[in-house]
Design a protein around this ligand. Sequence first.
Ligand SMILES: [Mg+2]
Length: 120
Amino acid sequence: MEEQKELLKSLNKKSTVNDIQEYIKKVITLRGFTNQRVQDKMLLLLEETGELAKAIRKTLPEATIDYSKIENYNNIEEEIADVFIVLVSICNELNINLYDVFINKEKNNVERKWRINGKL
Ligand SMILES: [Mg+2]
């Protein structure tokens, strides 16, 4: 626990994606999750994504929600962080540098023409 707290102190607002990816690699090891296979992490990502969907849905006035359980639903910010942690963990498992793949994908995306409300 102390080791994780010390590790967390290494991050700050100026930390890069690479810093965060490295942090998650280390913290996953400290928490003993190194045996998780990529398919285990993928299921976890779907679970966390579902929790995020639930957290968003509970804020919608038109959503049908079991209000007796409303306190059990986490908030959007926590679930976004969970999704991000698991996603980065998948990158680590597959030896994918998140910054590199993000930049490469965005280089493609900026060349695309997006149709919004029927207009290019
Ligand atoms: Mg969660």
